[in-house]
Write a protein that binds this ligand. Sequence first.
Ligand SMILES: [Zn+2]
Length: 92
Amino acid sequence: MGGKVSRHCSKCGENTIIPGDIGLRTSKDMELIMVVRKYHGIEKKVPLFPQVCGKCGFVDFYVEDYDTLKVNPEDRPIDPTFRRPPLQEFDF
Ligand SMILES: [Zn+2]
């Protein structure tokens, strides 16, 4: 699941990623920002995590549970009246 996250900056390449629990919130409701994938009437979402470089200030994003974004045959559309097109092999 997820695997190890690189501690190197994607911009300057230095091993200067600021450690600790850095999160993203919307200023309005303090909710965690999520990556949302809507596909075939199915909504999948995972938290989006930032990495901040302590040298150049570059902010990078990653998700830990990217497998969660994959659409599985067991997933049910959030709208029961949604008429699902047939799943294709490239959906997975
Ligand atoms: Zn950097």
